[in-house]
Ligand binder design. Structure first.
Ligand code: ASP
Length: 418
């Protein structure tokens, strides 16, 4: 038991992935019999969706209350977070559309829980009107919305609650405390569920390899590659561009300064766990003032997740291609909004992006079975998403610090203690 926990989770997951593929390969379609283990893992993930979004989003919105205190820093950071998040989702959508990661995979042999498909079909039959879409977003009964795991109105309710807490000022503080502590507690619960990952991954990979064969592995491999390409483009174009053209600082020195944060984020797959290292890099190596670094980077670790946003766009198209769901331009637009909101609502912990898929898939009629298909390879992709998320926090902090003269340029350029 002790020896098991002594191995870092990500290594156990990668081991399970390889073992699962081999098992499926030798066992063939019979491997379907152990899929139940994967289904249990996914059921636990679904369990997390509502409470995690609810607590994390309300606490996140309420923490924006400090924005006003920070004035010029606050609004600049928020603008950069939102704009880069939007570009990231569209990048994921673009990669998914042009590179077609799910095209070669025929999932017709999979047994489907067709609820999401039917919901999308009924919506299409009724004609998706703008009025209907707006009406569906209103959380007319918050409890019902939670019971139905209807995430979009849940997000609206959480945003309103967060704003209400802000408006109530001192009187809202006890409620804020509940949400802040609830969000920490839910992160711990998620950590417990994540301990099931090796077992779930083993069973899901054996099932995928055994029933869908090499085609499936090739499609999943392509998804992993595209996830890395998308993340590298975000880092190499958006962040490098931000540092060079907006902050007007040397790009190489920036990346040299955050090497530690990159290494820790990649191995932990958690923006939150990396937070102390990111802060240290920002202050010591990049020369950012303590007030800007601590504010922008802690807020960023909660709401700025461009790797996750890109992935939500990409994975939705993957699922749509695998299950033959036609997406309209309206759906693309919806995915871009949901991807950004999902990234904001995702906690900075391993597997959060996987949990957020429920949000996007459910709204555009992509079967939730897609989650079972990709769960086995999520960890490898999560590591790169997290590195992208963390680099983004540092890039925005550097840019905002440069615009508000809160950075010691000489220190950044001469920093060699990385
Ligand atoms: N693990 C990521 C993070 O902590 C979130 C995700 O799963 O995409 O930043």
């Amino acid at each position: 038991m002790k020896a098991w926990f002594a191995i870092p989770l990500w290594q156990r997951v990668i081991g399970a992935l390889i073992l699962g593929i081999l098992t499926g390969w030798f066992w063939g379609p019979g491997a379907e019999s152990i899929k139940i283990i994967g289904d249990i893992f996914i059921a636990f993930i679904k369990m997390l969706v509502v409470p995690l979004i609810f607590f994390s989003l309300v606490a996140g919105v309420a923490s924006i209350g400090d924005l006003r205190k920070l004035g010029s820093v606050g609004w600049r950071a928020l603008l950069l977070f939102v704009v880069s998040g939007q570009i990231a989702v569209w990048l994921g959508l673009g990669l998914g559309t042009f590179m077609q990661p799910g095209a070669g995979l025929d999932a017709s042999s999979m047994s489907l829980d067709t609820a999401a498909l039917e919901r999308a079909q009924t919506r299409a039959d009724q004609g998706v009107t703008f009025q209907n879409m707006i009406l569906e977003m209103v959380p007319s009964s918050p409890v019902q919305v939670m019971a139905d795991v209807n995430v979009l109105p849940l997000i609206i309710f959480s945003l309103l609650l967060g704003i209400g807490i802000l408006m109530a000022k001192e009187e809202g503080e006890p409620v804020l405390k509940i949400f802040e502590s609830g969000s920490v507690v839910m992160q711990k619960v998620t950590m417990i569920v994540m301990e099931l990952t090796p077992f779930g991954v083993f069973a899901l990979m054996a099932w995928v390899a055994g029933t869908l064969g090499l085609d499936a592995l090739a499609a999943l491999g392509k998804l992993v590659v595209l996830n890395y390409v998308g993340c590298l483009l975000i880092i190499g174009l958006i962040y490098a561009g931000m540092i060079k053209f907006i902050a007007r600082l040397p790009v190489i020195d920036f990346f040299r300064g955050i090497t530690d944060a990159i290494a820790v984020s990649y191995s932990t797959a958690s923006s939150n766990a990396t937070l102390p290292v990111t802060l240290r890099c920002a202050e010591r190596n990049l020369g950012i003032s303590n007030s800007v670094a601590s504010f922008v980077i802690s807020l960023g670790a909660t709401i700025n997740m461009n790797g996750t946003a890109m992935y939500l766009g990409l994975a939705t198209l993957f699922g749509a291609q695998v299950f033959g769901v036609d997406l309209t331009w309206g759906d693309y637009f919806l995915i871009s909004i949901l991807g950004t909101l999902g990234a904001i609502g995702a906690a900075g912990i391993p597997g959060a992006g996987l949990i957020m898929m429920v949000l996007v898939f459910g709204q555009v009629g992509v079967p939730l079975e897609t989650i079972a298909l990709v769960a086995g390879i999520d960890r490898i992709m999560d590591m790169m998403r997290t590195t992208t998320n963390v680099s983004g926090d540092a890039a925005v902090a550097t840019t905002v610090a440069s615009l508000t003269n809160e950075i010691d340029r000489a220190e950044m350029i001469s920093a060699d203690d990385v």
